[in-house]
Design a protein around this ligand. Structure first.
Ligand code: ADP
Ligand code: ASP
Ligand code: MG
Length: 438
């Protein structure tokens, strides 16, 4: 069985939903994971923001507009009165839930997560109703019955495996399943999610849970490109990547994949394919353990980083210093992306700055602390074998006109990372592209 995930644009209109339906009804067994229609999750975030501020009127306006859009989608997607009526009832119920939060005593994160789940619930129901109307045999699975995260929001694969196996056992003769990406339940028994862009992660978790033969991520571009196509012109799709290369690219900013997508697939050695819904015949990208060609393959960038530098005379020859630094980050559950050390100072980057003030305060016991926000990691990814010279030189040469703030090379042979102030990001991506790929 395969797992196929279709992103927001791929289900972004009735016409696109019909194309998805045509793509998944080739007779092979599959679980189809759907995102919300594009724009919906953003609107749900906007509605939640208004609820947080107690601005119920503004929330009601956005809700009305969004609901109107779904009326139109239903009219265009479904032809029979019976199917339209069913769809109106389902969508109406979801919007009633969204509206019910206007009268809540305190609008909190759990309320927001419940609202954010509505997009995927609606899109999957609409595609299922379209199948019912057109005579396609498929079963709609409720992802909330099997997708589970722990108290830290980390998926629990063993539990997902156990639950989905039980659910699927009820439908022995079914070949086609539809389910929601993004959404899950947490240990407090509340609706939760796998963070923005999380449907990719849902697909690879489900793939790993059922030992799928492949996970296919269908989106609006023909695979992973060798640079960010939103910033750099002339980028090209990469035919093959190893799990490690793809993981680095996803983690360090290539928006096409949720950062954690590759991990469950890697653990179970399941190939991940990136495909273009608008151009299904295009080759796309295959991510697998068959590491093939060598050299630098792609560049990506991750924004919103904070650099923390700790300067200390005591670091000189002192063992245990870095442990004490790391303990502070561990205490605040803040992971470090990149690190550079010298004899008298250490610089670190973090992407979650919720506790940056507390972390800086505690680090002051170890030395003087400087904090710089608005930093970007630019990550150069490939298979940089040890024997060949010049990878680092090529990268630094490309960036010679730019103020590079930190460099990391040698952690793995798949990655060279550099930090620049975010205002230099575009320049860095373009310069690297011209030097490395043109
Ligand atoms: P979906 O809604 O299908 O999940 P996303 O918008 O999350 O799609 O991801 C696809 C988009 O990612 C592309 O349209 C492209 O603009 C952007 N993107 C950023 N970096 C890359 C890259 N290296 N290769 C391909 N696409 C990229
Ligand atoms: N709908 C969610 C989002 O927009 C999840 C996803 O599309 O992957 O973030
Ligand atoms: Mg996405």
């Amino acid at each position: 069985m395969k797992v196929l995930k279709f992103g927001g644009t791929s289900v972004g209109s009735p016409e696109r939903m019909k194309s998805v339906s045509a793509l998944v009804t080739d007779g092979t067994a599959q679980i189809v994971v759907l995102s919300a229609m594009s724009g919906t999750t953003n609107s749900l975030v906007e509605i939640s923001d208004y609820y947080y501020k107690g601005n119920n009127d503004a929330a009601a306006n956005v809700i009305l507009k969004l609901e109107q859009k779904y009326h139109e989608v239903i009219m265009e997607l479904l032809k029979t009165e019976a199917a339209r009526k069913k769809a109106e009832a389902i969508v109406g119920n979801e919007f009633a839930i969204i509206r019910s939060f206007a009268t809540h005593k305190k609008f909190d994160l759990a309320c927001e997560k419940s609202i954010l789940a509505r997009g995927e619930i609606i899109s999957t129901n609409l595609v299922q109703l379209y199948h019912e109307e057109t005579g396609v045999k498929s079963v709609l699975l409720n992802a909330l019955e099997f997708m589970r995260v722990d108290a830290d929001g980390e998926p629990i694969l063993s539990e997902i495996e156990e639950r989905i196996t039980k659910v699927l056992a009820q439908y022995k003769d079914t070949e086609l399943f539809i389910t929601q990406g993004f959404i899950c339940m947490n240990p407090a028994d509340e609706i939760d999610n796998l963070k923005r862009g999380g449907s990719d992660y849902s697909a690879s978790l489900i793939g790993a849970a059922i030992n799928a033969e492949a996970v296919e991520i269908w989106t609006d571009i023909d695979g992973i490109h060798n640079n960010d196509p939103r910033i750099v012109s002339g980028t090209k799709p990469i035919a093959e990547l190893s799990f490690d290369e793809a993981a680095e690219l996803a983690y360090f900013g290539a928006k096409i994949l949720h950062p954690a997508t590759v991990l469950p697939a890697k653990v179970k050695n399941i190939p991940v394919l990136l495909k273009n819904t608008m151009e299904p015949k295009a080759v796309g990208t295959v991510i697998s353990n068959k590491i093939t060609n060598k050299g630098i393959k792609a560049v990506a960038a991750k924004d919103g980083l904070t650099v923390i530098r700790i300067k200390s005379g005591r670091m000189l020859l002192a063992y245990g210093f870095l442990r004490r630094v790391f303990e502070v980050f561990e205490k605040y559950k803040t992971s470090i992306d990149m690190i550079a050390t010298s004899e008298v100072a250490v610089s670190l980057t973090i992407d979650k700055d919720d506790y940056v003030a507390q972390i800086a305060e505690e680090l002051k016991h170890l030395g003087t602390v400087e904090v710089e926000k608005n930093q970007t990691i630019v990550c150069i990814v490939g298979n940089m074998i040890n024997e060949k010279q010049g990878y680092a030189a090529d990268v630094l040469n490309a960036l010679r006109e730019l103020p590079v703030r930190m460099i990391s090379f040698g952690g793995s042979r798949h990655n060279i990372s550099i930090v620049v102030e975010s205002s230099y990001k575009n320049q860095a991506l373009i310069a690297l592209h011209e030097h490395l790929f043109v």
